[in-house]
Design a protein around this ligand. Structure first.
Ligand code: KIV
Length: 290
């Protein structure tokens, strides 16, 4: 009797816990969810994805944000920088990603040249990207120089994720991918830009490859979530590139990157085994044919 009672109580409690957890897990992440997470001190997880299957894996695993990054120019298209990827190419990738996502907040990068100090034109591109992809927001690299463009896009109802620190679209200006804002003048400009982006209404900010102390100072002084890549642990969340963290992009090993798997090696071994099996007529066997 007592065992029956405690078991059913336990089952009831368990199903309540599970249904709360499941609805939390499945409800769509919005700009409000991200702000709440920052307020609660819950760290935000973000990864890139560039196609439907990748997006399903990242979203299904429970990642809070998915970025259709213009890093696709490197890891998908094989370019040496993010500069060549076009609006139409980004739209093609992002609309397939969005089809694979149920829960995560999806942001799509405005590619190089689409947001460059002409607010009317920038808004046109942003609307084109949102209309054609169904993404939840656009991400824009830059601060004060682009603040009018960013304000115009936000005023039109499109959430914007800012991006400061190392901005790969400005690689030719920097002359390399080294750590940014190590000197006082650049650090002060970054802090001022971060506040301008928050005042303009950005829903989040990505900080790339800057000193951890500076990134923490920025995160602590803003109310919007700050997501870091190579910016230490004192920020509100982390973002990595799918191909880098899974070891698919094998030659890329910056200090900030943690590789969670070696899919490149697993795939190579599997493909070599397949080639052997084809050549030796081990594949297909009797069970693998009609
Ligand atoms: O394009 C991208 O993947 C990015 C991340 C590195 C933040 O901008």
């Amino acid at each position: 009797m007592r065992i029956g009672y405690s078991l059913s109580t336990f089952n009831c409690q368990l199903s309540t816990i599970m249904s709360v957890h499941q609805s939390d897990f499945q409800s769509k992440v919005t700009v409000n969810t991200l702000l709440d997470m920052k307020k609660r001190g819950e760290k935000i997880s973000m990864l890139t994805a560039y196609d439907y299957s990748m997006a399903k894996i990242v979203d299904g695993a429970g990642c809070d944000m998915i970025l259709v990054g213009d890093s696709a120019s490197n890891v998908i298209c094989g370019n040496s920088s993010t500069l060549p990827i076009t609006v139409d190419e980004m739209i093609f990738l992002a609309k397939n990603v969005v089809r694979g996502v149920k829960r995560a907040f999806v942001s799509v990068d405005m590619p190089f040249g689409t947001c460059s100090g002409n607010p009317e034109k920038s808004l046109e591109y942003a609307i084109k990207m949102i209309k054609n992809t169904g993404a939840d927001s656009v991400k824009i690299e830059g601060g004060e120089e682009l603040i009018e463009d960013i304000r115009k896009i936000i005023n039109a109802g499109i959430p914007v994720v800012g991006h400061l620190g190392l901005m790969p679209q400005s690689i030719n200006k920097y002359g390399g991918y080294s750590v940014r804002a190590k000197e006082d003048a650049e650090a002060e400009k970054l802090i001022s830009d971060a506040h301008l982006l928050e005042q303009a209404g950005c829903c989040a900010l990505v900080l790339e490859k800057i000193p951890a102390v500076l990134a923490q100072k920025v995160a602590e002084s803003l109310t919007i979530p700050v997501i870091g890549i190579g910016a230490g642990s004192g920020v509100d969340g982390q973002v990595l590139v799918f191909h880098d963290m899974l070891g698919i992009n094998q030659g890329f090993s910056p200090k900030f990157l943690r590789k969670y798997a070696n899919i490149g090696e697993v795939a190579t071994n599997a493909i070599q085994q397949y080639i052997k099996d084809v050549k030796s007529v081990d594949f297909p066997n009797k069970e693998e044919q009609y």
